[in-house]
Structure formats: structure tokens, C-alpha cells
Design a protein around this ligand. Sequence first.
Ligand code: PMP
Length: 398
Amino acid sequence: MSDVFADRVVIGSEDRLAEMFGGSLGKDGIKFSAGNPNADLFPTAQIKVALNDAIDKYGSQIFEYQTVSGFTQLRSRLAQWAAKTAKIKAAANNILITQGGQQALDLIGKLLLDAGDKIVVEAPTYVGALSAFDQYDPCYYDVAMDDDGLNLEELETVLQNHSDIKLLYTVPDFHNPTGVTMSLTKRKKLVELAEKYDFFILEDTPYRDLRYKGEKLPAIKSFDKHGHVLFVSSFSKILMPGLRIGWVAADEEVIAHLRTLKTSSDLETSGIMLAALNQYLENSDLDRHISSMLPTYRKRLDVMLDVLDNTMPTDVHYTRPEGGFFIWLTLPKVVNAQTLLREICIPKDKISFVPGKVFYAHRDHENGMRLNFSGVNEAQIKVGITRLAMSIREAIAA
Ligand code: PMP
């Protein structure tokens, strides 16, 4: 039966995303494995008003087919938002609205990658990007992550040895899964490398505005003079994932090709949702909404770091993010995170995390783990991380 399916299904059959969440925890379980925002912080009442306002304003026409690029007024707002928050120069014509950032990753993969084409990814990197790119059967090159982002010496070695790298995928702000942020110096240098070696940078930024400490940095795209950077953003983390609204900012030629690919895929993003979002942005202050969420997430991050500091053995290392949703833990090499999860943490501790292996293009690291702090409260963090530390100590001693 399986040979009736296209090759890309077989390639995708390892299904990285499905591997992530392990088994069931029962009702008192504590999930550090999720990647969700905190639903208590959603502006549900304001979105309800915005939906009603949009229907009142446009009538039944809003339920018609609209345009594939998505609502010009909304695209202009997004261009202004990009200028204000990321120092990106863009107009409505440089923006394509997508079904979440995930569709943008898929469309960019479809636009650039033939089978065997070379793509550089961070090691580790966002598993959903790998699962999107897997469909196009590229050849992955890993580059390690330092505390200030991608290791650029390693990148340059890859670029020198492989003249035809097409694309580099990076999550420069509060990286998923490590929480690391790329320094200003590296952002500038990365654009110089893209110019020198002529490759595209896919800058994926869903966590960009969720900074709890430190100074905001300009986007990599803000240093782009010749159209090497494709900037992707999303409303999933700053508003709600259920809207399924993301967007790409890029040169018009790239946007035109992506628009054609999007038409073939889904014709357009839901017009009523775009009208509602546009109306929400008119009625409400998005900056204020984002600011109102920061203290809750900041507190959760601080509590998690505090408990990690007080409980983890000295040979366990972890990142100290300034924003986003995740902390990355590196265990001593003798400990396999997947085994720890399956044999001890899920059945005994009733806690879950994501074992690091799925975040590596070549699945060749067994001793990392991603911990989510945005979806768990402070009491859960204290209990859950203390249990995790005890289990890690046992695993190291075993
Ligand atoms: N990129 C990254 C780095 C993510 O973490 C996510 C969601 N977890 C996405 C893209 C896609 O999110 P969405 O489609 O909801 O915008």
C-alpha cells in the first residue's frame, strides 16, 4: 500500500512533529513539552468585538473570496509594524499574509528547494521548519549554536566548502528550541556573508516581541540591502495561534512567486479572520497588549531559572533566555534524554519535556532537552523542575 504514496510522504513519514510529545501524563501531569502561549492572556473579548465590527463594516461581502495577498490595509499596517519594531523598510507590496508562519516556511521551501539543494540550519533548530523542508528533500548542513547565536566561523567553513548553499534558516530571537538570541554583531555579519556567498536567509521571528529583559535588537532584515533576507513573522505568540495568521516581508519578486505558490495551495487566508485582525489593530493597541503579557512570562522564566539554579547538578548546562518560551538543557553525554523521558519522567514523575533529538536535522544528538516555561504556572515549575533534577541525578549516577 505504501508505494502508492508520493516520495515526499515517505520522506516525511518519520514525522518529526509527532515524535515530540511522548506519552500521556494524566490530569496532574506537568507539561514542559508544549510550545503554546498562555490562553489566559488571549484578548478574546476584544477579538470578539473586532469580528463583529468587521461583519458590521463589510457585511456579507467579507465572507466572499478576497485576494491572495491578503487585505491591503492590513499589509500596510504590517509594513508599518515591521518598520517600527524591527527597523525593516517595507511597503504593502513587500508583504504576503500566510496561514501562520508555518505556511510561510513551507512556501519558501517550495520556492527555493529542489531535491538535494543545500540548506544550512541551526543545530538544534525549530522542528516544524525541518518537517516543512523535509518535504522538498534538501541536503542539510548543521551549524552549532553559541550563546550569542549561530557560530559564524563554522558557517563560513560550510560556505567555503560548498559554493552552492541556497538558504540559511535561522530563528534569531529567543530561538526555538534553545531560547538563544543572535547578537547585533552577528546579525550584521550574517548579512555580509549572505552577500559574499550569495544565499538567502530565512529569518523566522514569532517570538521577537516577547522580550522580558535586555535591549531589543533590529531584525537581520534591517541590514539587508540586496534582498537576501526573507523575514517571517506571526500573530500566534503575540495574539493567538488560532487566528492562523503569519506574514512574509521580502522583495516584490519573491513575494510575487510566493503569492503564486500560495494560490495553488489554498487560494487565500480566511478573509474574515484578516478583517477581524485588521479591526482589532484599529480598535486596540497591540503594543499595550504585548506589554501586558510580559510580566507573566518574565516571572515564569525567572522562577524556572531559579529552580534550575538551585536543583540541577553542576554538569547539567542550560541557556538563560531573555524572552520567548523555551530553555534548553544539555545533559552529560551519558544520559539519553529520550530514555529519561520514556522510562522515568513520564511514568514516575508525571512530567514531560521534548527530547532534543527531533530538533537536529540529522537526529544525531541524544543529550539535549527543550523545556517550555510559558504554558506552566509557577507552582508547577517548582514541583516539576525539582522532580526533573532528581531524576537527572539518578540517571547520571546509574
Ligand atoms: N517558527 C517557529 C520558530 C515556531 O516556534 C513556530 C510555532 N511554534 C512557527 C514558526 C509556526 O507558528 P505559526 O504557524 O503558528 O505562526
